[in-house]
Design a protein around this ligand. Structure first.
Ligand SMILES: *Cc1c(COP(=O)(O)O)cnc(C)c1O
Length: 220
């Protein structure tokens, strides 16, 4: 068995253990395996080992490897976890199944238009910049609940959940707690939070999906 597949099984086991420890029901936490920078040859063994949900952060990079993999494995669910430019909305809607990074009006409008045009319904999350970091994508926490409402009422988009990337140099717990509180206020159920360094903590704070890259595929 390859190192990658062994690491994949180890992460899956740790997710299950963290869920038990937190008193979560079995199977409620989805692993999004983040395959950015890795090639199809690195990804395919993980698919063959049973993983079906993957994350990529760039539309163009994903277009280079996922169409063939999705054709070979039609039940793959591909998540966009990086910022989306409005001129890439068409390509993103055609390739991805879930977009986790809706964070402004213009993107919401573009996605609504493209989904209608292509007859595709993607699952959508709003990204929240929980640390209000100037260089980071995501809507400000104080605007998040109203933005979810506008996505629904103005653009006709059903938002499933919220996503965050806490500041790298801070204890992530308070950021996960804030995201959970905002999701409750906004009336959405899914919480995408936790990466290789903190996914077990995120599960304790209620994550319904964790985005894990380097702990599975190795360092980038
Ligand atoms: C790269 C990335 C991840 C995975 O990070 P790791 O630390 O490698 O697990 C998760 N979420 C987002 C948004 C990313 O860009």
């Amino acid at each position: 068995m390859s190192d990658t597949v062994q690491q994949f099984f180890a992460v899956r086991a740790k997710i299950a253990a963290a869920g038990r420890e937190a008193g979560r029901e079995a199977g409620v936490v989805t692993l999004v395996a983040v395959s950015k920078t890795f090639e199809a040859a690195d990804i395919q063994p993980v698919i063959e080992a049973g993983q079906r949900v993957f994350g990529e952060n760039r539309v163009q990079e994903a277009q280079g490897k996922w169409p063939a993999l999705k054709q070979a494995f039609p039940d793959i669910e591909l998540h966009l976890i990086g910022p989306l430019q409005s001129n890439k909305a068409k390509e993103a809607v055609a390739l991805f199944d879930v977009i986790e990074t809706v964070d402004r009006e213009k993107i919401a409008a573009e996605l609504a238009r493209e989904m209608a045009r292509q007859g595709r319904t993607l699952k959508l999350y709003v990204q929240v910049n929980t640390g209000s970091e100037p260089q980071k994508a995501g809507i400000e926490p104080r605007e998040a609940v109203a933005f979810v409402g506008r996505c629904r009422d103005v653009h006709g988009l059903a938002i499933e959940g919220l996503m965050c990337i806490p500041p790298a140099d801070e204890n992530p717990g308070p950021h996960f707690a804030l995201l959970e509180k905002l999701a409750r206020e906004a009336g959405v159920e899914k919480l995408s939070m936790g990466m290789s360094g903190d996914y077990e903590t995120a599960i304790a704070f209620g994550a319904t999906s964790v985005r894990v890259g380097s702990a599975i595929f190795g360092s980038r």
